[in-house]
Design a protein around this ligand. Structure first.
Ligand code: MN
Ligand code: MN
Length: 324
């Protein structure tokens, strides 16, 4: 089999038994790097921006680190019984343009370039970047699809009004998304919330925002099957967007992140939860807050790559179902 990807799709990774996995340029799963999205089903898209970080910075290097840990992933997902590339012509679109240090300007660039991706009809999976990037990504998604059901994995609500006198950080994207009507809170869930807060008002404000909040302690107590049943019922058949902050995972599994919180979830639990969302109508996905400088063994990026693979599998199942 040739080592050269086809010039026009369907696109899939090169055949690993004939070309070593460590060879080639560093795209996700060694997918072809393609920026013309006509006819493409699935696009991996980097968003290397971290000016929204309030504590440690460095998530701008997340996309490349996640790509680096993706090379052992293979086309067939036995847990979900799907061959991703039989169902989806898939590419790595590279990174969206970003302006480090200039948050409003960068968000506008991210929104405009993400709109181009959504307009193509491909399902995007964005690799952050800090969590502030979900706001321009949701702006682009909602401009096409209308208000979306949000499925949000995180140890934090990210519903703060602002920080340091400014409006936009990685702690505020879903406050802004609610204000702008990008998401339908009555259909949305926040999953894995835990840790200390500034005061009791933070919890009250989050509840008043209208999301269904699943705290980590109640998830540990009631189990993941219960969470999945509730999230699936709440999302229903609405168009939905999945955002996954890697700090949802416990720092033992994901130390490489900006604001780690103990009491979280294992790699196996992350996979079980994402797989359990099969059949929901996601129009896009993001995986954010991987910070490689605090990830000496690459464990965080490895987990992130595995979660992205599950997103790809969900998208492949969705495409297969819609093609009949
Ligand atoms: Mn977080
Ligand atoms: Mn977050």
């Amino acid at each position: 089999m040739s080592n050269t990807p086809p010039k026009q799709g369907p696109y899939r990774p090169p055949n690993s038994p004939t070309t070593p996995r460590y060879s080639g340029i560093r795209t996700f799963m060694r997918l072809p790097y393609v920026t013309d999205l006509e006819g493409i089903d699935l696009a991996i898209v980097g968003v290397p921006f971290d000016t929204g970080a309030t504590y440690r910075v460095g998530a701008r290097f997340g996309p490349s680190a996640i790509r680096d840990e993706s090379f052992l992933l293979k086309p067939y997902n036995p847990a979900l019984k799907v061959n991703i590339f039989d169902a989806c012509s898939s590419v790595d679109y590279g990174d969206l343009p970003c302006m480090p240090g200039y948050l409003p300007e960068a968000h506008k660039l991210i929104q405009d370039s993400a709109a181009h991706v959504f307009a193509s009809g491909a399902t995007p999976i964005f690799l952050g970047g800090d969590h502030s990037v979900s706001l321009p990504l949701l702006r682009a998604a909602a401009a096409k699809f209308g208000p979306l059901a949000l499925v949000h994995f995180d140890s934090h609500n990210d519903l703060h009004q602002g920080y340091f006198g400014g409006k936009d950080t990685h702690g505020t994207p879903f406050r802004r998304a609610l204000e702008e009507g990008l998401i339908d809170a009555t259909r949305s869930s926040q999953i894995g919330i835990r840790g200390s807060l500034y005061d009791a008002n933070v919890e009250r404000e989050a509840a008043e925002a209208g999301f269904r909040v699943f705290t980590a302690p109640e998830m540990h107590q009631h189990g993941l099957a219960w969470v999945l049943e509730e999230v699936r019922a709440r999302t229903g058949n609405s168009l939905a967007y999945l955002t996954f902050d890697i700090d949802f995972a416990d720092p033992a599994f994901a130390p490489g992140t900006g604001t780690p919180v103990i009491g979280g979830f294992s790699g196996a639990q992350c996979l079980e939860l994402v797989r359990g969302l099969a059949g929901l109508n996601f129009v896009g996905y993001d995986l954010v807050e991987v910070l490689p400088a605090h990830d000496p063994a690459g464990t965080t990026s490895l987990l992130a790559a595995g979660i992205v693979y599950e997103f790809m599998s969900l998208a492949a199942l969705q495409r297969s179902a819609s093609k009949g």
